[in-house]
Design a protein around this ligand. Structure first.
Ligand SMILES: Cc1cc2nc3c(=O)[nH]c(=O)nc-3n(C[C@H](O)[C@H](O)[C@H](O)COP(=O)(O)OP(=O)(O)OC[C@H]3O[C@@H](n4cnc5c(N)ncnc54)[C@H](O)[C@@H]3O)c2cc1C
Length: 218
C-alpha cells in the first residue's frame, strides 16, 4: 500500500503478469514502478464458510480449476475457469488479476456478476466491499483507487438445487470469447441471474431478462 501510495497512480500491481506483461511489451502501459505481490502467500487461499467461498486474490486460476471445494460449491466458476486461455496462462494467472484487469471478454467478471460476488478491496484508508456493478466501471477500468488492491472475492454458494450454465463462443479453444454468458437459476426457479461477457465496454448484467426466463407458467 505504501509503495502504491508513494507512486500515486503511476505504479502497477504485478500478479500473474498474463495481461500486464503483454501490455508492457507493447508499450501500451508504462508505469514508473511494478509492485510484485507474488510473494504475499496470505493472498492465496480458497476457504469454505457457511454460505460462501472466499478466494484470495492471488489464487492461481489453475488452483481454482483443481479445487474440490470449487467443483462442489461453485460449479459455474469451475466451468468458466476451464475456458480461460490455456494451461500455462491459468498456471500463472490469478483470479484477482483477471477481475482487476476488467476485460469484458474475460470469464471471471461475468461469473462474479452473475453470482453477485463481493469484491474485497484493501487500501491505505481501510477496506471496502464492492458489488460487481460497483467494481467494474468500463473497459479495463475498475473502481480501484491507485493505492487499493483487490484482496479477496467472496462467492455466495448457491443451494445444490440451483441451476447454472456457462457458455461462450470463441474462434478457437482458449481464445477470448467473442460472446459468452454466465447464468445462475435460483432454486425453486424464482430468479435467474445472468451476466453477458463480450467485447463491449464492460460486463452486462441482464436482470431485466429474468421475466423472459422465469415466467409464471414455468
Ligand atoms: C494468450 C493469452 C490468452 C488469454 N486468454 C484468456 C481467456 O480466454 N479468458 C480470460 O479471462 N483471460 C485470458 N487471458 C488473461 C489471463 O486470464 C490473465 O491471467 C488475467 O487477465 C490477469 O491475471 P494476472 O494474474 O495474470 O494479472 P496481471 O497480468 O499481473 O495484472 C493484470 C492487471 O490487474 C492488476 N492487478 C493484478 N492483481 C491485482 C490485485 N490483486 N489488485 C489490484 N490490481 C491487480 C495489474 O496491475 C494489471 O493492471 C489470456 C492471457 C493470454 C496471455
Amino acid at each position: 500500500m505504501d509503495l502504491l501510495r508513494r507512486y500515486g497512480g503511476d505504479a502497477k500491481v504485478l500478479a500473474g503478469g498474463q495481461s500486464l506483461m503483454p501490455l508492457l511489451n507493447f508499450r501500451l502501459s508504462y508505469p514508473a514502478a511494478l509492485v510484485d505481490i507474488n510473494r504475499i502467500t496470505a493472498l492465496s487461499y480458497i476457504q469454505h464458510e457457511v454460505g460462501q467461498l472466499r478466494i484470495g486474490a492471488l489464487t492461481r486460476q489453475r488452483t481454482i480449476e483443481f479445487s474440490a471445494l470449487v467443483r462442489e460449491h461453485l460449479p459455474l466458476l469451475y466451468e468458466a475457469t476451464t475456458l480461460v486461455g490455456h494451461l500455462p496462462i491459468r498456471t500463472r494467472g490469478t483470479i484477482g488479476g483477471s477481475l482487476a484487469h476488467a476485460d469484458p471478454a474475460a470469464e471471471y467478471p461475468a461469473v462474479a456478476t452473475a453470482m453477485e460476488a463481493e469484491l474485497v478491496v484493501q487500501g491505505s484508508k481501510g477496506q471496502r466491499i464492492l458489488r460487481p456493478e460497483e467494481f467494474f466501471v468500463s473497459y479495463l477500468t475498475t473502481a480501484l483507487a491507485p493505492d487499493e488492491v483487490l484482496v479477496e472475492v467472496r462467492f455466495p454458494t448457491p443451494p445444490p438445487t440451483s441451476g447454472w450454465a456457462f457458455a461462450e463462443f470463441a474462434r478457437r479453444h482458449g481464445d477470448f470469447a467473442l460472446v459468452g454468458i454466465a447464468a445462475l437459476l435460483d432454486s425453486e426457479g424464482e430468479r435467474c441471474r445472468r451476466a453477458l461477457s463480450w467485447s463491449s465496454l464492460t460486463v452486462i448484467s441482464t436482470p431485466q431478462l429474468n421475466s423472459a426466463v422465469i415466467s409464471p407458467a414455468s
